[in-house]
Design a protein around this ligand. Structure first.
Ligand code: ADP
Length: 248
């Protein structure tokens, strides 16, 4: 873990420049990411107006596109807000006992329908007694962390594949892994995966409605809970993301 800076330690000009560069990059990235859906919304609204009186079929098509593009933009904004909140808070503000096992069951129940729609076999295994699945943390954040991982696994796995969630509280602490038999990730891309807005395949991510912020949110939440997240993957074979939270 990085050493915390003492209040009396001076901030070096190089460090200030680095923070400023990061801030500028972030603002540029956010503007770019918002500009794309905003342009689509405008074009779709113009197209809708053009056909509104004469072609109800086309008008419906544009209205539906408008709806889904608005949904994407909303998702992006709420991911950005989540990330901003995670970055501004020190640790977990109000930790309470959370049952990781029941969180996982809720996440799986919510994802089951999407998985079924893609003919993906969503499985769940658990090792260790139920009582060992309790950690101190924020239930909403932990739910969001696992939802992101399972959602990605389903998203990046072609129909007929398998997604398996394994909880292991049998050893020291609890680890949860989400494995899929999906498209996998090239080795040279693994190190950048948890950066904001990073996508391995931009076109595919856009197609599946991704914001490129999910894994960044996952990493923040894992670290806030004193844990970490790791990934193993091979193109064409699948990926395994593992969250290692601390002991109770
Ligand atoms: P996105 O919203 O694009 O899914 P994420 O931050 O959740 O953004 O993930 C970043 C990128 O990592 C994705 O765009 C995708 O390329 C890759 N990725 C994440 N999870 C998986 C997975 N289970 N299998 C293959 N690639 C993945």
């Amino acid at each position: 873990m990085a050493r915390r800076r003492e209040d009396s330690e001076p901030v070096t000009p190089a460090e200030l420049a680095r923070v400023d560069r990061m801030r500028r990059d972030f603002v540029a990235n956010v503007s770019h990411e918002l500009k794309t859906p905003a342009t689509s919304l405008q074009l779709l609204a113009e197209s809708l107006l053009e056909v509104l009186d004469d072609d109800p079929g086309q008008a419906r098509f544009f209205a539906e596109q408008l709806k889904s593009e608005t949904g994407r933009m909303n998702q992006l904004i709420s991911d950005l807000l989540d990330l901003a909140r995670l970055e501004s808070e020190e640790g977990v503000p109000d930790p309470r006992p959370v049952d990781v096992r029941s969180v996982l069951m809720v996440v799986l129940a919510r994802m089951r329908q999407v998985a079924r729609g893609k003919e993906i076999d969503l499985r769940w295994k658990r090792y260790g007694e139920a009582s060992r699945y309790i950690i101190e943390g924020d239930e909403t954040q932990i739910t969001s962390m696992f939802t992101n991982l399972v959602d990605n696994a389903v998203k990046y796995t072609p129909p007929g594949g398998v997604v398996e969630v394994i909880g292991d509280a049998a050893g020291g602490g609890i680890s949860v892994s989400v494995s899929d038999t999906g498209i996998g990730i090239p080795r040279d891309k693994l190190s950048r995966l948890f950066e904001r807005f990073y996508r391995v395949d931009k076109a595919r991510s856009k197609e599946t409605g991704g914001t490129g912020l999910g894994l960044s949110i996952v990493r923040h939440i894992a670290e806030k809970h004193g844990g970490r997240v790791s990934v193993q993957s091979a193109p064409g074979e699948g990926s395994t993301f593992t969250v290692h939270p601390p002991r109770r």
